[in-house]
Ligand binder design. Structure first.
Ligand code: HEC
Length: 184
């Protein structure tokens, strides 16, 4: 019994000491280019999904009119394209993040373009609150609610052609490939 208790006490001490030594020895993965820890991506993904299931019921209070999509495209090109790219042009910054920022204008493995198949309330929540332990910022205090809904509507239809002149532009060739007007 004594030996057992001693074993438990040593175990209780040895585990945190071992973890501390591992983190202090300078080889644990902290660079974006390092291999992730096993199951690292699930640390956020599982609780995020649970949070979304309890909190997201909102229905967009505005319509995807041409004016709202145009405003959304402008906000997108100023705040989001740097990480998420635009149609036909990925962001190199977004690709070199961990986790990487998804291209929101490309078809993904689930067959949807960007987040266009996600419920609008989910996209709104992610833009407003950001995603912890990823580079996704919280825009709730940087943009107003209407702007976030305009972005949400824009992202819910990248598979459909946007009204002329509304496609976000990042570089000259993007504007050309999406048929947007070139002003600069
Ligand atoms: C600094 C880089 C950065 C900026 C700027 C940024 N994002 Fe993100 N965003 C990310 C990253 C990284 C993720 C991936 C998070 C993850 O893996 O869960 C993400 C995730 C998302 C998602 C969820 C994607 C999915 O597949 O579930 C949405 C929607 C989104 N961003 C929208 C936006 C919008 C809209 C803006 C501009 C208002 C924006 N982001 C600005 C980095 C950024």
């Amino acid at each position: 019994m004594r030996a057992f208790l001693l074993g438990v006490i040593l175990g209780v001490i040895a585990v945190p000491v071992g973890i501390y030594v591992y983190f202090r020895n300078g080889t644990s993965p902290v660079a974006v280019a390092d291999h992730p820890y096993p199951f690292e991506q699930y640390i956020v993904r599982i609780p995020l999904q649970a949070r979304l299931e309890t909190q997201v019921q909102q229905v967009p209070p505005i319509e995807p009119t041409s004016a709202n999509l145009t405003a959304g495209a402008l906000t997108y090109s100023q705040n989001c394209a740097v990480c998420h790219g635009v149609a036909g042009h990925s962001s190199q910054i977004g690709e070199h993040m961990y986790p990487s920022a998804p291209q929101l204008w490309e078809r993904h493995r689930n067959g949807a373009v960007g987040v266009s198949k996600d419920p609008p309330g989910e996209t709104y929540w992610k833009i407003a609150n950001g995603i912890r332990l990823t580079g996704m910022p919280a825009f709730g205090k940087l943009l107003n609610k209407t702007q976030i809904w305009q972005l949400t509507l824009l992202l819910s239809q990248p598979g459909k052609p946007l009204p002329v002149g509304t496609a976000p532009k990042h570089k000259r060739e993007d504007a050309r490939s999406t048929g947007a007007e070139q002003k600069d």
